[in-house]
Design a protein around this ligand. Sequence first.
Ligand code: SF4
Length: 373
Amino acid sequence: MLEKRPFTELYIHIPFCAGKCDYCAFYSEGKMEKMFLQKYMEKLFSDMEKEASSCLPLRSIYFGGGTPTLLPPEEMNRLFQNIRKNFTFEKDIEISMECNPVSLTEEKAAVMGAFINRVSMGIQSFSSLFRKRIGRRDQGKNIEETVEKAIALLKKNSIYNIGFDLIYLLPGQSLIDWEQELRKALAFEITHLSCYSLILEEGTLLAGKYQEQDEDLSADMWEMAGAVLSENGFPRYEISNYAQMGYHCRHNDNIWKGASYLGLGPSACSFNGKDRWTQSSPLADFLAGKEAEKDVIGDRERLAEMFIMGLRKVAGWTKTDWENVSGGLSFLSLWKETIEKNIRLGLLQQKGNTLAPTEKGLEYWNDLAESFI
Ligand code: SF4
């Protein structure tokens, strides 16, 4: 049923941080040693050479981590040169990099300006008290000043498309505290906001410290984000993402719509339209050439997985977008009863050829997702 497709999006995982935050479940090393950095780069470049022929001209590149802006400027430059050497790009390619404002310097911003056109800045919270409570490392003394300087450096180098990442439901955080965070973020010249609820992931230091989370407060904070941000020109376009018109993260948008993506670096995921796999981690395993872990499931399950990912988006699926990635199978032919049931429950809505989640469907997305699996 499903056919393999060439990759159109590229993700690169930079597996180094200046320290490990207590809440973080992403794979990264808590420090960057020169020898490992060199070995990581060489392995990355050799993987690029191997995989480049399975890519179409790229529509987006995303550097995530870890802390990509921890890379020294000369290594960043080497990385960009190697990408240019191996891949071709669509004319209006979006190239995003996650950025820790503390690690940004004049030199790095200049190197980034020659390649990157979008930056996602990890803020998490403007309050030093809450940052401390969740064990956020490396944020400078005065975060607002640090962020302002980082934005000025990026703009000086022609990077104007800048977004923030915030986390809510922090230990002891009230609804009013959260509203203040949102308003502080809006005071900067940004185009995009991602707001994630704190998740106490098993195995993280924070999960050992706090256990209980208030689900009702979490729902109130999510609703507050929707209201405050849309009033200020940042409507929600995905469960946790808000943007000014024309400033969705195209990389993520494409992935939610079933695009095929190549992930390079330890723990990076790839999807070729049919199969999904995850590069090995930690770094030592990745460097030793340990095989990627394949996620082998049947086409029917893969279709459901792709479908529910698209229902994270406010716009949902158009008939055409879905049939382009499903091998021509309509969503009604696959899940007529489940779709009708979710429409009756007020979780989905059909408008012409589009099927989209309602606000309730976004809020209860886990229930919606489960009904298709
Ligand atoms: S800086 Fe980001 S990736 Fe690194 S440990 Fe902290 S949250 Fe995780």
